[in-house]
Design a protein around this ligand. Sequence first.
Ligand code: NOJ
Length: 430
Amino acid sequence: MPTFPDQFLWGAATAGHQIEGNNLNSDIWAMEHVESAPFVEPSGDACDSYHHYEDDIRLLAESGLDTYRFSIEWSRIEPEPGQFSRAELEHYRRVILECRARSITPVVTLNHFTVPAWFARDGAWAQPEAADLFVRYVRYVVEEFQQLVDWWITFNEPNAGALLLATGSLPLGAAADDLAAAQAALMAEFAARVGGTPGIAAMAIPVLAPQAVENVFTAHRNARAAIKSIASNARVGWSIAVHDFQAEPGGEARRDDILGQAIHPYWAAAREDDFLGVQTYTREVYGPEGRIHTPEDDDTFLTGWEYYPAALGHTVAQAFAYTGVPVLITENGIATADDDARIRYTRAALEGLAETIEAGAEVLGYIHWTLIDNWEWHSGFAMTFGLIAFDHATFERSPKPSLGWLGDVARSNGASLQVDTQLVLAARES
Ligand code: NOJ
């Protein structure tokens, strides 16, 4: 029988820019409106969770889940450098209070990819003051919410750029020249939009330039110190993207190279943290010739990722063995239009996780990506990862069966995983 520790957190996650709508002052909003921008559609109103957060939190709580991970948008809190918005701060206070009123534990991400347009204008993470500017914003927020929030995530997937580089997702050679030219044109348009200079203005994500990478590490360390100095009981970590990197014979060096470049430095930096956020969806397999692609078939995510739920248990085991730091799963899920497939995937992922816990890994909780279908960055709204659907005209929410299913798992602290899913769903329908 799957066992999960007492006090295990069971939740769902979102990110401000993907759900709130009209996040007008952020770098990504600016990029979405550049003519040649690589987004299939702009974020627009998203799910209008800025106004519908009460519905989101109510549905989460009614399902049986007990934890909500969401992000605070720096660009709302500080729309111009040094100009802080009381009104936006109060908005997030209402979101947090709504969680607490429903006995939901808030897990707050301070940076989920987006930054204020002015921060991008001045060079994003590459600018010398980057870490100090981030910490100033973090202090402002944490001083206000220290009594209301215990769990803080400084950065979401700061290793996203390192992963692109290490896995070779950014092309080399002639293709790279073409990309660089296209990129330069795009960034010139972006610079104009944020009122900056080409060559200086930069998107916050992906973090590629070595100086920017170093600044992000500094920002994490300094933000952690700042949060702890304000609230000694705060639990601070960062959330690292990691696939289950596997090697066929001859692919070991390639796999180890990826881990060494894109994962281990970020895990190592978490050794002083209170928890390590793990975000896993799939695996990548490497052979002597490089990546071995899995066939696109029915068992593939809408995103094209391989359906491989065992990945979660594997990466959690690796992360805990590498760091000795308790793991909080801050994302795991599947983009699919088939909600039964979402339940199958999540059940298998949790069974694998239970085995990893039984083998000795310290795991604090499981936070599913995502609470509600939302704007999946470049891919737009078609990638439905949500436990809840919504009507794009009225913003009315419709919970999917997977929400109730995961809520039952939460209420029983995993015991219901033993029960046959088909029987439960049939009983719900009759
Ligand atoms: C990673 C990111 O943190 C989140 O924003 C994204 O939507 C999901 N994973 C799915 O791609």
